[in-house]
Design a protein around this ligand. Structure first.
Ligand code: GDP
Length: 592
């Protein structure tokens, strides 16, 4: 059973055939006071699962859908294993080689040869790939020459190509890029057919090319090796037929098969936003029949297939293995190399797509901060608005529970105006982490914490990275603060300076005193009577003051870092080892 991190008792109970109340009751017995809608720690989830005897795996939110999709694909793969269902499919060919050696012209030649042969002929539609038919056999050519696209696809796990044509100009010979392309084709374990091009040129020397390639391990068939090498002239249309015949032979040897029935899957070759038609993706079907009306997911994009357009520019009802086809009806522009799969129903398609989208956004922001407009600091935002410039306020929003996260998001959204855009670069339940600070730093975001706190490392990082962290315990206060900032009335920030931090080592009962937490002071000084809060995994679980502070048997006023102490817990008894006690002071931060 897969359980998402940050689940609540309400999420968890039913998944394990229990009620939310069962979870709450169980945790209470363990000394954990939580409500049904409060986020559970990993420990709590695992404890409860162990208690009911369920084997679980904790995953980050969103990962479950990935897992779900993988299962979807696995099922399809298994279906494929039924030999009897497999039928021959066209080979997919990619053209690679050094720049100016004639890749583009060769692809044009092959294409126009096929169009001329086609009775309907005439309209050539560049959709990123096309098919050629000869003697009842078909080949699919990827229309983007060069190994950049090929490697980009492979890097994303897409193995679309069955055969590589390595183009080498007979006058120029083997060049650095030729060798690069060769290395990529070899790494992909894809058979290579060499096209020695420009043999029409006076200074063409095909033998030298063969010699050079042989030195790199590609031995021509003519010399007893097993690499097919065909001399061609893309310019004069010589040898193209021969090349195609050879490709068909190699394809035949590869014995490429796929199940042409059932739910389709494959890979996105290219995608763009088309004015009028919306997002358009060219996909290569690798298995099954892709049909109009199918609910599908392609990377983060999802939707019902509204129309399919083939490489001749004609609308078709379906496309089978090895066919490139344009898909209309997706929700957004997918990326080349994204996989696509037909989902069992619309809901699944949507769920998988949306979750992937959220995931991808977070990832891309984290790895490539330029993907998002850098935000303006809260204290500078009014100035920018006054200058008549549009301002973007980027926020990282962290809260204790989902409910407050949603409520805050809604309220903050309402503050958006023409001149101020509010972008949530990340929203999640949980304490403020170093990741949040890095993200905020990279995107110029302000961090808003609601009933959650940064731990010491994140706080330090925020200082060095000059990231503002604002923490609140009242929703109204968040809205008022941000709203005021937007009209130039940013309230002075009362920073709570953490004065001391102690870790709870154990909790014991002392007659007449009550519960006492045995602590180790990690930093600063813990002072009696100072305001204090108790944190569990970055989330505030209690706020108050320290009434009794002891070292051994003596009452003391303060205890410094490196020492142990006992903290009396008059009102709040629910501490456990690992919790953190933080003392703090209010201090107004001067505006610069
Ligand atoms: P790519 O960079 O590999 O895609 O190469 P192109 O297809 O753009 O071709 C580069 C140049 O070589 C163009 O000016 C072509 O016209 C020329 N070219 C391509 N094939 C031949 C050929 O077979 N013979 C001659 N003489 N020129 C060719």
């Amino acid at each position: 059973m897969v359980i998402e991190r940050g689940s609540t008792a309400k999420d968890l109970g039913p998944k394990l055939n229990r009620s939310a109340a069962d979870v709450v009751r169980f945790l209470l017995q363990q000394g954990e006071m939580i409500t049904a809608t409060q986020t559970l720690s990993d420990d709590m989830i695992e404890l409860f699962a162990a208690d009911v005897g369920a084997a679980i795996r904790l995953v980050d939110p969103g990962q479950e859908q990935e897992v779900g999709l993988q299962q979807l694909l696995d099922v399809l793969d298994e279906e494929d294993e039924n030999e009897a269902d497999l039928r021959p499919r066209p080979a997919v060919v990619t053209v690679m080689g050094h720049v100016d050696h004639g890749k583009t012209l060769l692809l044009d030649r092959i294409r126009s040869a096929s169009v001329a042969a086609d009775e309907a002929g005439g309209i050539t539609q560049h959709i990123g790939a096309y098919q050629v038919e000869k003697n009842g056999k078909r080949l699919t050519f990827i229309d983007t020459p060069g190994h950049e696209a090929f490697t980009a696809m492979r890097a994303r796990g897409a193995e679309a190509t069955d055969i590589v044509i390595l183009v080498v100009a007979a006058d120029d010979g083997v060049m650095p890029t030729t060798l690069e392309a060769l290395a990529h084709a070899r790494a992909a374990e894809v058979p290579i057919v060499v096209a020695i091009n420009k043999v029409d040129r006076d200074n063409a020397d095909p033998d030298r090319v063969r010699q050079q390639l042989a030195e790199h391990g590609l031995i021509p068939e003519q010399w007893g090796g097993d690499t097919v090498m065909v001399e061609i002239s893309a310019l004069q249309d010589l040898g193209i037929d021969d090349l195609i015949d050879n490709l068909l032979v190699v394809a035949e040897l590869e014995d490429l098969r796929a199940n042409p029935e059932g739910r389709a899957y494959g890979v996105v070759l290219e995608a763009k936003l088309d004015v009028g038609r919306g997002p358009v993706a060219t996909v290569l079907v690798q298995r099954g029949q892709l049909e109009v009306g199918d609910p599908m997911v392609a990377g983060p994009a999802w939707g019902r297939v509204r129309a399919l357009i083939d490489d001749k520019g004609e609308q078709v009802k379906q496309a089978g293995p090895g066919s490139p086809v344009q898909v209309l009806g997706l929700s957004e522009v997918a990326d080349a190399g994204d996989d696509f799969v037909v989902a069992p129903d619309d809901r699944t398609a949507r769920r998988v797509g949306e979750t992937r989208g959220q995931y991808a956004r977070i990832k891309s922001i984290a790895s490539d901060a330029s993907a998002i407009t850098t935000g303006v600091k809260l204290e500078d935002i009014f100035e920018q608005i006054q200058k008549g410039e549009a301002a973007t306020l980027n926020l990282v929003l962290k809260a204790d529970v989902n409910g407050s996260l949603e409520a805050l998001t809604d309220s903050l959204r309402r503050l958006e105006r023409d001149e101020v855009k509010i972008v949530f670069v990340h929203r999640a339940v949980g304490g403020i982490t170093q990741y949040d600070v890095q993200l905020a730093s990279a995107t110029g975001a302000t961090i808003i914490g609601f009933n959650v706190r940064p731990d010491r490392k994140s706080r330090e990082l925020a200082e060095t990275e000059d990231v503002e962290i604002r923490t609140y315990e009242i929703i109204y206060q968040v809205i008022a603060d941000i709203g005021n900032a937007l009209v130039g009335l940013l309230a002075p920030e009362f920073e709570e300076v953490v004065t001391g931090e102690a870790e709870v080592r154990e909790v014991f009962r002392v007659p007449r005193v009550g519960a006492v937490a045995g602590c180790y002071v990690r930093s600063g000084v813990i002072t009696r009577n100072s305001p204090v809060r108790f944190l569990r995994e970055g989330t505030i679980i209690w706020k108050g003051t320290i009434n009794s502070l002891r070292r051994f048997k003596d009452d003391v006023r303060e205890v410094a870092a490196g020492f142990e102490c006992g903290v009396g817990l008059s009102d709040f008894q629910d501490l456990k080892p690992g919790d953190v006690i933080e003392t703090f002071q209010q201090r107004e931060i001067p505006r610069t």
